[in-house]
Write a protein that binds this ligand. Structure first.
Ligand SMILES: [Zn+2]
Length: 474
């Protein structure tokens, strides 16, 4: 592949980064690193979604201006990604000028398409959602089930987009895989939704201050989700920048399954109207619960990924999330499970192998690996699994090798062979060093820090007994 452009959703800054947003962003980072290492021109974008009345309210509640509030929150996201060794090529904020200018251009293209019209809308508006709800969305008390508040009856003028015109083309391109929606379960869901018939959608609201104005109607502000979706293009210096020419259309949007409809229906339809090519693929991953319960502020089970990274190291968090839950499916997070994998897979598995090999070289061979061409061990290829985001499978394969090597050392009592059979000992050590090197290369997209430590230790002129890769937890 010549180029690979992948994105995460941009995160709404009314909430702190949590383990769920970290999960999406770690997966994207692992994939981006995989493509970069394969020599593909890679562009990995993440960022923050910063407009809307909800942000205005959150800022007011914190005693800050929206500008101060969003600056702080965006910095927090950026710092969190740093702490997790996530290295995006760009970080876009929807309050940046480059984004606002591009959105205005986009709106003008939409207007020109003739698919935008003005209409009056009456409905039940939930401030928490920043959206109108259907009667069927409300609970038995007539409240928004998420915000536990009665929606306001609101009649207002909006600009609408003729989404109803796009059912056929959407269906055709999804069925032909010209536009790929994955995994299969999400694809079926989207196709079923299209089959019900698409309704036009409002793309603007009156009286929202903190947002981007509709260029031909200053009294209206574009809906925050339309504004947000365009980040994928505004970050490429649309419409004339080199990056736009090189990287658009995006090869992959990674999203959570809650926003698939926006990305698989509204987004391509808007692009079609504006005569902009569609992204090639949308992949929706699952969600996880914490100890079997939904993540929520009220339950107090929100896990701070920064704390996890500080305690266990970024590679442990990255490894655990991508190993524990098959990407695309739902899963469960618990500290017990993380600690079990830390102790089992990392400390006793990879950490032990690394420590045994370096110790044997340091103590039995004076730190020098003999110059013997190692017998290559047939390693199963994990590249396809990585490219298909089957991270858990790739890791399982790599760990089969680690277990095999540890078992081999035990069964042959390798530490006794240095004296008994020095020739064999030298050969085996050479093979183990080669194997560790290969493991480190394969792990590089997921565990960059660990890879670096292994590489450095093995490249030393005199190999020393290494510090533990995964020290015992206090
Ligand atoms: Zn609500």
């Amino acid at each position: 592949m010549e180029k690979f452009y992948l994105t995460t959703p941009i995160y709404y800054v009314n909430a702190q980064p949590h383990i769920g947003t970290a999960y999406t962003t770690i997966a994207a980072d692992a994939l981006a690193r995989f493509y970069r290492l394969a020599g593909t021109q890679t562009f990995f974008l993440t960022g923050t979604d910063e407009h809307g009345s909800k942000i205005e309210q959150a800022a007011a509640a914190a005693g800050k201006t929206p500008e101060e509030f969003t600056d702080e929150m965006a910095a927090k996201f950026s710092l969190t990604w740093d702490m997790l060794d996530i290295a995006p090529d760009d970080f876009i904020r929807t309050t940046e000028d480059r984004h606002k200018k591009a959105v205005v251009l986009f709106l003008e293209l939409l207007k020109k398409s003739g698919k935008i019209y003005e209409d009056e809308y009456e409905g039940l508006y939930c401030v928490g959602h920043e959206a109108f709800l259907n009667k069927s969305d409300l609970d038995e008390n007539g409240l928004c089930p998420d915000h536990k508040k009665a929606p306001e009856k609101l009649k207002e003028k909006n600009w609408f987009f003729k989404l109803s015109d796009y059912g056929e083309i959407l269906k055709q391109r999804i069925l032909s895989n010209e536009f790929v929606v994955a995994p299969e379960s999400r694809r079926n869901e989207i196709l079923a939704f299209i089959d019900q018939g698409l309704e036009d959608v409002a793309i603007s609201r009156p009286n929202v201050k903190w947002g981007i104005k509709i260029p031909w109607d200053e009294g209206q502000t574009v809906y925050v989700w339309v504004d947000a979706l365009f980040n994928y293009i505004s970050a490429t210096d649309f419409p004339k920048g080199e990056k736009y020419k090189q990287f658009w259309p995006a090869d992959l949007h990674i999203v959570g399954k809650d926003i698939t409809r926006f990305h698989c229906i509204i987004w391509p339809a808007l692009l079609e109207a504006a005569k902009i090519p569609w992204p090639k693929k949308v992949y929706a991953h699952g969600f996880f619960t914490i100890n079997g319960q939904k993540i929520s502020k009220t339950l107090g089970n929100v896990i701070d990924p920064v704390e996890l990274a500080q305690k266990y190291g970024p590679d442990t968090v990255r490894y655990f999330l991508l190993r524990e839950i098959p990407f695309g499916q739902d899963g469960d997070f618990s500290i017990e499970k993380l600690e079990a994998r830390y102790q089992g897979d990392l400390a006793n598995g990879l950490g032990n192998l690394f420590s045994r090999v370096t110790t044997l070289i340091a103590t039995k061979l004076d730190g020098v690996v003999p110059e013997i061409v190692p017998t290559p061990r047939e390693l199963k290829d994990t590249a396809l699994m990585m490219a298909e985001m089957r991270f858990h499978e790739a890791l399982a394969r790599i760990w089969e090798e680690i277990s095999w090597a540890n078992r081999y050392i035990d069964e042959t009592k390798l530490w006794e062979q240095a004296e008994k059979n020095p020739k064999l000992f030298g050969e085996v050590i050479c093979s183990l060093v080669a194997l560790l090197g290969e493991i480190a290369e394969k792990l590089a997209p997921i565990m960059p820090e660990t890879t670096e430590k292994i590489r450095k230790a093995l490249a030393a002129d005199s190999i020393a007994k290494a510090e533990p890769l995964f020290p015992r937890q206090k």
